[in-house]
Design a protein around this ligand. Structure first.
Ligand SMILES: [Cu+2]
Length: 142
């Protein structure tokens, strides 16, 4: 009985492994970013907010992002530059208390940041940690 069960589960285990490897990207940095994913993506499609951000010529294409309080956010950032950029979310412009992000990566490439939007509505701050003066904006939580 036990043996038969293990045999039946084996193909599934292989499939999961292959899928995980496929999402891993080609660099160590990608791996640690995908590792922040929580739970199964199939549960909460409606609860998830998808945002996009493009970094080009050491500028973001947006100066404002918005998310509902407490929602899971999937922010996909495209870095069109060959130099490294980051997305990082902070409580205030002082950028002392980082709430999410911070993973650096050089382009051209995409990186997905997954985090939960702050529970308290308000205006937060996002920036590239490497170029905080040139690349920043407000992150509005409603
Ligand atoms: Cu930057």
């Amino acid at each position: 009985m036990k043996l038969a069960r293990v045999a039946a589960l084996a193909p599934l285990a292989v499939l999961v492994t292959v899928m995980f490897a496929a999402c891993g990207g080609d660099g160590d940095k990608d791996k640690s970013a995908t590792a922040t994913q929580s739970g199964s993506p199939s549960d909460g499609a409606d609860d998830e907010v998808k945002l996009t951000l493009v970094a080009e010529n050491t500028k973001f294409d947006k100066t404002s992002l918005e998310a509902p309080a407490g929602k899971d956010v999937t922010l996909t950032m495209e870095n069109k530059d060959s130099i490294e950029h980051t997305f990082a979310l902070y409580e205030t412009k002082a950028a002392t208390n980082r709430l999410a992000g911070g993973q650096t990566f050089s382009g051209p490439a995409f990186l997905t940041y997954q985090f939960t939007a702050p529970e308290t509505p308000g205006t937060y701050h996002f920036q590239c940690d490497i170029h905080p003066n040139a690349m920043n904006g407000e992150f509005i939580v409603k």
